[in-house]
Design a protein around this ligand. Structure first.
Ligand SMILES: *Cc1c(COP(=O)(O)O)cnc(C)c1O
Length: 235
């Protein structure tokens, strides 16, 4: 292993340990949480190194970067986690396992139309603004519950859960109310969609600064960038 791979190995070991501890504290199995490595700040070689160290899932927040990196590391499971413009849906859909960031009805309809056109199914999460910050993307809670009629009509798009970005703060405890809110919202939406193909099994929440709190509150997908790939040594 080169120095970068050694460093990634060490960081992964620490993160996996802390994930396991958070799961134990919450009475959850380790297998119930998937680490999504966010590679937006690094070159595809780093994703390839992580893949060889056992990381299976990768996230990018910009479509063009996603296209480039999926092409370079086709054996990863790729997640779109940032804002997706409607004119980039066609090229993105075939490349991703899951789109976390469906943040408007217009985008949801564009995904559905493209999935029908490409004769494929699209797995998505709905992004929710849980922190109440004006600038954040995503649906408001009451907007989301009002979407049920539209969701029921979807043919090729499956709502697999919800995603949120907590406000950035020093103390991870500050993120807990947002995570609780997302979990409760998911329960409500799942009840309204019971018996449909929309299983809502996922909660995508938790980043480098707050992932343990997110796991305690039920995260099934955590999105980690800085803590894994920030300031890496050159190999
Ligand atoms: C960058 C990014 C992350 C990772 O954030 P870190 O704090 O670096 O772990 C997670 N989710 C989204 C949507 C991001 O854009």
């Amino acid at each position: 292993m080169n120095v970068r791979q050694q460093e990634l190995h060490n960081r992964l070991q620490i993160v996996r340990q802390r994930m396991a501890q958070a799961c134990a504290k919450a009475g959850r199995s380790k297998e119930s949480v998937t680490l999504v490595a966010v590679t937006k700040t690094v070159e595809p070689e780093v994703a390839a190194d992580l893949l060889s160290l056992g990381v299976t899932d990768f996230g990018e927040n910009r479509p063009q970067e996603l296209w480039r990196k999926t092409n370079a590391v086709p054996n990863g499971r790729w997640h779109m986690i940032g804002h997706l413009q409607r004119n980039k849906v066609d090229k993105t859909l075939p490349l991703v396992a899951l789109t976390h960031s469906v943040d408007s009805l217009r985008l949801l309809e564009a995904v559905e139309a493209e999935a029908v056109k490409q004769n494929r199914s699209a797995d998505v999460l709905l992004e929710v603004n849980c922190s109440g910050e004006g600038a954040k993307q995503g649906f408001e809670a009451d907007e989301l519950l009002a979407l049920v009629e539209k969701i029921i009509q979807l043919k090729q798009t499956r709502i697999q859960g919800l995603m949120t970005m907590a406000a950035l703060t020093q103390d991870p405890e500050n993120a807990r109310p947002s995570f609780i809110k997302l979990r409760e919202l998911k329960q409500k939406l799942a009840a309204l969609l019971a018996g449909t193909p929309h299983t809502l099994q996922h909660l995508s929440m938790g980043m480098s600064g707050d992932y343990e709190v997110a796991i305690e509150e039920g995260a099934t997908l955590i999105r980690l960038g800085t803590i894994l790939v920030g300031d890496l040594p050159n190999p």
